[in-house]
Design a protein around this ligand. Structure first.
Ligand code: 4AD
Ligand code: MG
Length: 442
């Protein structure tokens, strides 16, 4: 087994206890003290301590060690043994060491660097432990998202990124020339997702979305990934139930499969373990009262900001759905109602049948969605009221002309979800290459 052709990865060390293996990777750090030298090897799957005794590995290998630089690439061969003090629980007693390529002076040292410097070196920063762990959790979150929908027989339905019109209002559109006309980068795949729901019953759109957000906050990117389920014959309550089961599945799956990474990130496990449905569901009006009681008042009709979302998180200690928002602050496609709790009315009401899921600990809105307007006449009126061109939405209105049904959906922002689950402070650390105001490189 030890000399088989199977490539060895550090994460599998426990399967090779007592065997000789060759690990290929990069020098995370190294130190020496007389007759013994240590090297922490990074191979992408994990870290492992490698120990060199002069007596075991010979003079030549011992001398090679002295040429190592941080991030030099190497192949190290030796015997694995249990060692609780080694990062992955196993260490290697080195027999031979081969340098593949020596690294020049590496800009990211273990000392503290400013965020600006680290962002400029994002292409290298992702090799650091915390960044590495957060991006591995991101990958697992995306897997859990797909699993959830496939297990429930949703069809993956890819929406275009180059689009002729807006979904979430015209103020955050990125415009690009498209031959003889103008196109916009998609803000949301929802409208296309609705066409998919009428063809397949239930679909999920999953891809990058774009918003020209001029605000600099820890929750906003200009390019972010969104997963958007859309279900035919589903109302607002069905939508919240789906969102609740979905979020519970994602959180619990990550906890189950990525506990090592969450430990590196020093995430409080108990806070994630308690993320289980049902989640509280409160109306916007109730939320306003809670905010008043907590001393973060907000006039009726305004959208919540960070202090309000943080206060709601503190009130419940778990994710909370806020539904029936003021119609005046919501997009054109929402079904409306003139009262909270009553059935949705097809007409113009005070409330939009929306539901936002607010994550605890100040991570803010992770889900935004709701029930869609199903009447062609009402939608035509709304499109006009919102200053949009009916011509651009002809195909969308067709869904209401040819067998319109009640339907609902939502969008979950991947980066905000990763920030919340990993506990990292800012969404810029939840995607390999964040795009923000003033950040286009690397
Ligand atoms: O609430 P939003 O704007 O909803 C929509 O776009 C709907 N069309 C979705 C739907 O019903 N299919 O955005 C949904 C989610 C937010 O809750 C948030 O998690 C994330 O997308 N999001 C952002 N994430 C990072 N940076 C931004 N600038 C974001 N804007 C929204
Ligand atoms: Mg929203």
């Amino acid at each position: 087994m030890s000399t088989s052709n199977e490539r060895f990865y550090i994460k599998d060390a426990s399967k090779f206890d007592g065997q000789t293996v060759t690990a290929k990777g990069w020098v995370y750090n190294s130190r020496s003290s007389g007759k013994i030298k240590f090297l922490v090897l990074r191979d992408g799957s994990g870290l492992m301590q490698c120990v060199l005794f002069k007596g075991d590995c010979g003079d030549e290998t011992f001398a090679t060690f002295d040429q190592l630089t941080q991030e030099a690439s190497v192949e190290v061969t030796g015997v694995l043994r249990k060692e609780p003090r080694s990062p992955g629980g196993y260490e290697m007693g080195v027999r031979s060491l081969k340098i593949v390529s020596v690294a020049q002076s590496y800009p990211i040292s273990p000392k503290e660097h400013g965020v600006e410097f680290l962002m400029e070196n994002r292409h290298l920063w992702i090799r650091s432990q915390r960044q590495w762990a957060a991006l591995r959790v991101r990958s697992e979150i995306i897997r859990a998202i797909e699993e959830f929908f496939y297990q429930r027989d949703f069809i993956r339905f890819d929406a275009p990124i180059l689009t002729p019109s807006s979904c979430e209002g015209t103020s955050t559109l990125f415009e690009t020339p498209y031959f003889e006309e103008k196109a916009y980068l998609s803000q949301s795949g929802q409208l296309y997702g609705e066409t998919g729901a009428m063809a397949f019953g239930k679909v999920f759109v999953f891809g990058p979305t774009f918003r020209a957000e001029k605000s600099k906050t820890r929750k906003h990117l200009t390019e972010f990934w969104m997963v958007e389920p859309e279900v035919a014959f589903a109302d607002l309550n069905d939508n919240m139930t789906l969102g609740e089961q979905f979020v519970e599945h994602v959180v619990q799956t990550v906890l189950d499969r990525r506990s090592a990474e969450l430990k590196i990130l020093e995430r409080d496990f108990s806070k994630l373990e308690s993320i289980r449905g049902p989640f509280p569901r409160i109306s916007y009006d109730e939320a306003i009262k809670i905010l008043q009681k907590r001393g973060v008042e907000i006039p009726w009709g305004e959208d919540f900001g960070a202090p309000h979302e943080t206060a709601l998180g503190e009130e419940f200690g778990k994710p909370v759905f806020v539904h029936h928002m003021p119609a005046q602050i919501k997009a054109f496609y929402f079904k409306q109602s003139d009262s909270v709790g009553g059935p949705g009315v097809t007409g113009t009401g005070k409330y939009a049948l929306g539901c936002d899921l607010i994550a605890p600990d100040g991570y803010g809105e992770v889900i935004g969605g709701g029930q869609r307007e199903e009447s062609v006449e009402v939608l035509q009126r709304r499109i006009a009221e919102h200053g949009l061109s009916e011509e651009d939405y002809k195909w969308y209105l067709d869904l209401r002309r040819f067998g319109s049904v009640p339907h609902s959906g939502f969008g979950l922002g991947v980066e905000r979800t990763v920030a919340w689950i990993t506990g990292v402070e800012h969404v810029r650390e939840t995607i390999p290459y964040p795009r923000m105001l003033n950040t286009l490189r690397p």
